[in-house]
Design a protein around this ligand. Sequence first.
Ligand code: NAD
Ligand code: DAU
Length: 339
Amino acid sequence: MTRKKVLVTGGAGFIGGNFVQYMVDKYPHYDITNLDLLTYAGDLTKHSGIEGRENYRFVKADIADRDKMMDLFQQGQFHYVVHFAAESHVDRSITDPGIFVKTNVLGTQVLLDAAKAYGINKFVHVSTDEVYGELDFDPDTFFTEETPIQPNSPYSASKASSDLLVRAYHETFGLPVNITRCSNNYGPYHFPEKLIPLTISRVLNGQNVPVYGDGGNIRDWLHVWDHCSAIDLVMHEGAIGEVYNIGGHNERTNLEVVKTIINALNQSEDLIEFVKDRPGHDKRYAIDPSKLTKLGWNPKYTFETGISQTVEWYLNNKSWWERIISGEYQNYFDKQYGI
Ligand code: NAD
Ligand code: DAU
């Protein structure tokens, strides 16, 4: 049997990192290459458990480096590309949009060119529900794959641009692609600039938790391991050229999320501090995942079981997140919040 060769971009980050571990364990007969630039969001310590495995290797490179990508694809002869690498934080895209265009738009186009030049079975582009813009608070409305693209932040605009390039390479050059659009993830190795790990780490340190505006904005939460199993299914079974939304119907207001974590840690809700709202803050996201569930996917975690697993993980892995919040992160936090 041919060993399938899989290139995972962004495999030192949060979701890509969980996906690399999932693939290395589940498919010992596949060769997994993790390509990552190791920006502030990437770290390899999370992979100490798979380092040295026969079916895993790491390559440090920038996806926007055309020459390096052409060489890598020529040597790698990949069957699958699963593309996570991106600048991923909305707040950072508001203060510094340029790098989002370079990595998310140009970087994706470079990868598409390399895939086109050397041939692949499938290019899975990992995108986001944020490309659809926002929903109002009517609980009966959802993002479907047919919802028009209407991004509101520089981050989501850069992801939407990359989605359109992926679509265009399929339509124009026949590149075999899928686009996935997942809702908000949480779980192990989530970088503590994002709401859930920020809340857990600050509550554990007895610090205030910044909540934007009145805390009434709604996100639809999915445990990262459920996202990994969804991508596995799309990679192997997704119909070429199709878009798949991923979500588990776990809508919560930000205030509900923060209170759930504070209560799970038996701390006081007085830690909540309402701060200035995010500019252009999308009101609500909610995914209709029925196209994917018809393909055979179902999430394993509810919001309650997933949050409880995640809080436990942060309690047991303090050294990982304490190291992250002790360095450059503190400057970022002070500049962003001033609290
Ligand atoms: P992350 O910020 O944790 O990780 C991004 C990774 O990409 C890091 O390891 C970083 O070093 C790497 N990277 C950045 N620029 C690079 C470059 N130029 N070349 C190579 N590597 C580079 O992000 P995440 O939260 O894991 O998100 C991964 C993907 O999933 C992104 O494409 C994001 O848009 C998408 N997504 C995220 C969520 C979510 O809730 N976090 C939900 C849906 C979709
Ligand atoms: O929906 C998928 C998206 O989810 C992904 O595409 C992004 O990469 C990912 O970062 C995430 O984007 P959000 O902006 O929704 O995630 P974030 O954790 O930054 O914020 C979640 C909600 O919490 C949002 O409404 C803003 C709010 N928030 C966030 C922070 C960091 C706060 O109230 N306080 C905070 O300090």
